[in-house]
Write a protein that binds this ligand. Sequence first.
Ligand SMILES: NC(=O)c1ccc[n+]([C@@H]2O[C@H](COP(=O)([O-])OP(=O)(O)OC[C@H]3O[C@@H](n4cnc5c(N)ncnc54)[C@H](O)[C@@H]3O)[C@@H](O)[C@H]2O)c1
Ligand SMILES: NCCCC=O
Length: 940
Amino acid sequence: MAISIPCRQLFIDGEWREPALKKRLPVINPATEATIGYIPAATAEDVELAVDAARRALTRNKGKDWATASGAVRAKYMRAIAAKITERKSEFAKLESIDSGKPLEEAAWDMDDVSGCFEYFADLAEALDAKQKAPVSLPMDNFKCYILKEPIGVVGLITPWNYPLLMAIWKVAPALAAGCTAILKPSELASVTCLELAEVCREVGLPPGVLNILTGLGPEAGAPLASHPNVDKIAFTGSTITGSKIMTAAAQMVKPVTLELGGKSPIIVFDDVDLDKAVEWTMFGCFWTNGQICSATSRLIVHESIAADFLDKLVQWTKNIKISDPLEEGCKLGPVVSEGQYEKILKVISTAKSEGATIVCGGARPEHLKKGFFIEPTIITDINTSMQIWREEVFGPVLCVKTFASEDEAIELANDTRYGLGGAVISQDLERCDRVSKALQAGIVWINCSQPCFCQAPWGGNKQSGFGRELGEWGLDNYMSVKQITQYVSNEQWGWYQSPSKLYNFKQLSLLIQRSGFRFLLIWKMGSSEEKVVAVIMVGGPTKGTRFRPLSLNIPKPLFPLAGQPMVHHPISACKRIANLAQIYLVGFYEEREFALYVSSISNELKIPVRYLREEKPHGSAGGLYNFRDLIMEDSPSHIFLLNCDVCCSFPLPEMLDAHKKYGGMGTILVIKVSAESASQFGELIADPETKELLHYTEKPETFVSDLINCGVYIFTPEVFTAIQGVSSQRKDRANLRRVSSFEALQSATRSLPTDYVRLDQDILSPLAGKKQLYTYETGDFWEQIKTPGMSLKCSGLYLAQFRFTSPDLLASGDGTKNATFLGDVFVHPSAKVHPTAKIGPNVSISANARIGPGVRLISCIILDGVEIMENAVVTNAIVGWKSTIGRWSRVQASGDYNAKLGVTILGESVGVEDEVVVTNSIVLPNKTLNVSVQEEIIL
Ligand SMILES: NC(=O)c1ccc[n+]([C@@H]2O[C@H](COP(=O)([O-])OP(=O)(O)OC[C@H]3O[C@@H](n4cnc5c(N)ncnc54)[C@H](O)[C@@H]3O)[C@@H](O)[C@H]2O)c1
Ligand SMILES: NCCCC=O
């Protein structure tokens, strides 16, 4: 059937319109060079009308007609368009063929692809509705976030001539699916089928202005579209040089662009291939669509060992390609699109020849075709990599050939180009194909083929082949903007402008403490706008004496496990719970070597940078932070968490506050659980009379020594700090042991002795809570006591308390009924009664006053003061503390290197188990009578 070019106008606002300047451009059949029709030539005036129509269509009926209509509504139109094109497929294919020179059979494939593409994006449009409001998980409970995907707006689509309708539909279909309205500007060299698309849109009743189609020249119609201020995005396919102009124009308006540009793609053929298959893909990869494919694999890189055979076959088959009028049956190669292209391609070939390349086949007009822009499929060898023919896109049926010896060389040749669109690798070794695919710098890689293209997979290039991806879900994303909706869902006031006391409320803080598993925690909120939280951890004990091992004032507490438990383990677990933690500082005065080990172990665990700030002398809890304030402030933190510090009375609060203000702190310091003597500086409980919200309170000394209260919360305003300025009592190094009969007595003792009062170490006191007899310690005696072998500060309430919050399941319940298994780094709370069937594994420490049921096996433990070990217990590798009792038939034993210095110690007058105790590999202190069953004992 003969076909003629329909006479069309511009398609604007759902109507045919004559171009403002009434200009028309000829349609030339490249196979005959005859003018077969005319297309309208749009100019800036028409662009203006089209953009205006698209804008109106976008917002008509508040967007409900198109942009905010459901995806299903848009999909209906798209499917109707697809159906019409399928219906008119043969007519469309013929028009495409006479307009562009494409073989009819290939044009028919394109029409199938066009309908398929509309159908595919119709599916995605429908699916879009269900994907709206996808939640985003946030680290803060008081916010909720979800995502809306919205059409980007009015889009300009500028397309080339090599797949005239298909390249347009790769943009039109996703743009419409997304809810955009569009202005399509096809290439002046092949616009006929795009104008027929306009007619289809009219027929299916696409709302006016949703798709506008302007034909015309690039500089006259394309350029004003690219630079139009009311166009929200440009999607362009064409040459790299035009792409650069489009980007420049769009940049003036900071308009987003996606660019699908030229290429010079390689095809690498290894020596293990099936020759026939590889030759066919090589030909298809370069000569399909008359060699006018952006992704054409036009650089053949073939292994030298098969090059001769491969080339023979390639040349032979190429010579057999049928070149004819594209409408002729069996045509495999039609004319190139235009006279301009024809001249350009012949010139590139002749330049290659003059530079010394060999044209092994083709290179000229086929003899049997006197008219039309026909060029024989051309194969060129003897190329060096600096030649234009190797480096520049020809966009015609021209294949360049080079050989390679090694895989690396092939990859290097393939990547030695400014383009990065496609690439192909042909080999039977699939692992090699995989390697090469990864190494190729391209957006599309084919394995054992070249050019097949599916609208489900992303399409686009790297380097100067452009950016952005068409097709697939990526293609749809090109036309959508992503909106985050973040909602504040808390009932609390946010508090930025509130008094600091309102910044966090009591409930939130309690939660924070529980989560951090930490008692003494100071948080500074700084002025920094970016969320950058740093943690400063005081290590090794904040004050003089406690830095040392209890057994020796000269040996620092070990950083590394004592009974398997790192000394500063708990701040690390607190760090795990701090959101946005960017940096950890450890402040202490350990030896670098010992510290380095520790730092690397925790940074490995937390994956957060850790830095050791070594003190020249101990500054005491928060004093360490103060000492290193300049250094820490270099990080511009938004918050500082000070961990592992107790706010002892030497804490320089006023100075800290000054420093805080100086460094832009917002005047908020939150102190959680201060020590008793610090607490006493801060006056009475203050609550907001209206909201009853706790502003600050003073914990009574007796509650301080009680394990029941672990989450005192202090919120200090700057005024409070001013009020307490100058108030301080001094912690002393020495103290005396006192015996008091009640908490009340303890309270008055501490109050009546402010000058020589020593902060009662909660570590020591907590086990005593609830006992009739209470002890206070005065330093001298205290140190005598604490030097008693077998006692360890580590096995104390402070360490135990954290597990109450962080790992409650690991603790035996207070009533001793829980049948727990203790393994690994856990401590048994002093008030816990361990069930007789409990299994207590390595690295468990049992604090004072625990009662261990009969038959329990205790292995690698530290057992503190006053532990009652019932009959038949087996105690291995353990330190047994003062006044512990060991039942009949119990076995106490240590072996190997375990804590060799300390060994097993049995102390106190109440053991009373002489006949039954078995002590192995141990150090036994004086005044102990052991009977004959003691093995390998060392008696001091
Ligand atoms: N990467 C891809 O997916 C892909 C696909 C097809 C074609 N291409 C490339 O397209 C090129 C061939 O197409 P072409 O010759 O039509 O390209 P081209 O750059 O000359 O023209 C492409 C489009 O841009 C318009 N245009 C030209 N100058 C313009 C300007 N100043 N402002 C705005 N618009 C302008 C043209 O009218 C045409 O519609 C080749 O380089 C080919 O590799 C790339
Ligand atoms: N098969 C489609 C190729 C698009 C680029 O030219």
